[in-house]
Ligand binder design. Structure first.
Ligand code: ZN
Length: 347
């Protein structure tokens, strides 16, 4: 069993309200920022205060409301936005990187992403190509014409993504955050995204896990980026290395703090492998010819037909990640799984 150390966060989660700002350790603050119109409801930002320097990890979804909440949270810690010297982002998703541009504008802080997080070169400059490649991918995956509009990206999604900050710094595995007075180490954990990172604060016995390990939900592992050949294989490998934080308190980017990382890691591994067995059973049945066909035959909590829009997109990308995972392990998979454009997509 995991033990929930963030009891006030857990209570807030149950009550469907925003958790309080909390000082988890001296100089380590948890600041929940609203994740607008999403069932996850908030991103847990973490403020790490050093000597005349401070890093904010995952500033959260960009909104005026979120900005006000973040400012109020910084004020509880006795800081203003201008006091933030660095912005560290665990991965390139808008509920993590979203407010980085606004915070950078207010503070001049650098923005740092994991060394392996891809930034598609034509993503800002060629929206038409970006959208066409995305549509081509889902077409190849067997998505019926009637559903293509809802699963693929449109100009509004593109516009939202192009608002994201461009990083000034890239953080390699094992690097220390360049913040005076802190000894926080980067742990590369590809899977949820190719360049996802966790942060290890040995002195405080804390591990910040971003979306890699969450206490309640299983992170999405999607086939998205062209640079990531086998996201599910990467994800499972990245679970293996979590022994580094076995006895530490876990500070995830959503839900609530907990202890018992090895137990949670084992659950996530088991859940993932069970899902792969289910995909194998569908392949063995022999009637599936596309990613869409396979997805349709898998079990989904509210049934495949209830999946619509972005949720349907995620389901298909998850199925695709299982197909390439199995093919990479020598399993005969006759379904061709192409990939279009690398996209920052999954919350
Ligand atoms: Zn997230």
């Amino acid at each position: 069993m995991i033990s929930i150390s963030g009891q006030r966060q857990f209570q807030a989660w149950q009550d469907k309200v925003l958790p309080p700002v909390e000082e988890v350790r001296p100089g380590v603050w948890s600041i929940p920022v609203p994740f607008i119109n999403n069932p996850m409801r908030y991103t847990l930002s973490y403020l790490l205060v050093g000597d005349g320097a401070a890093a904010l990890v995952d500033p959260g979804w960009d909104s005026d409301e979120g900005w006000a909440v973040l400012n109020a949270g910084l004020a509880v810690a006795g800081l203003r936005p201008a006091d933030v010297t660095g912005i560290v982002v665990t991965h390139l998703h808008p509920d993590h990187l979203g407010m980085a541009a606004r915070l950078r504008a207010a503070s001049g802080a650098w923005v740092a992403l994991g060394a392996n997080e891809p930034l598609p070169s034509h993503w800002r400059s060629e929206p038409a190509r970006f959208l066409a490649e995305d549509r081509a991918q889902y077409t190849q995956w067997g998505v019926p014409q009637d559903f293509l509009d809802e699963v693929t990206f449109h100009r509004d999604a593109w516009a939202q993504m192009t608002n994201l900050a461009v990083p000034q710094l890239r953080l390699a595995d094992g690097a220390l955050l360049p913040v005076a007075g802190l000894a926080v180490r980067v742990l590369a954990t590809p899977g949820h995204t190719p360049g996802h990172i966790c942060l290890v604060d040995e002195a405080n016995s804390l591990i910040l896990t971003g979306d890699h390990v969450l206490p309640r939900i299983t992170p999405h592992v999607s086939l998205e980026a062209q640079t990531q050949l086998d996201p599910l294989g990467d994800y499972l490998n990245s679970l293996e290395i979590m022994g580094a934080g076995a006895d530490m308190e876990v500070l995830p980017a959503h839900e609530y703090r907990f202890r018992g990382l090895p137990h949670r890691v084992a659950e996530l591994r088991e859940h993932t492998l069970e899902r792969s067995l289910e995909v194998i059973a569908v392949l063995d049945a022999g009637s599936a010819e596309t990613v869409w066909d396979v997805s349709k035959q898998l079990t989904w909590s509210r049934g495949f037909d209830s999946l619509r829009g972005f949720t349907l997109r995620l389901a298909l990308a998850e199925t695709a990640s299982h197909l390439v995972y199995l093919a990479a392990r020598g399993r005969e998979v006759e379904i061709e799984v192409s990939r279009g454009t690398p996209t920052p997509a999954t919350p």
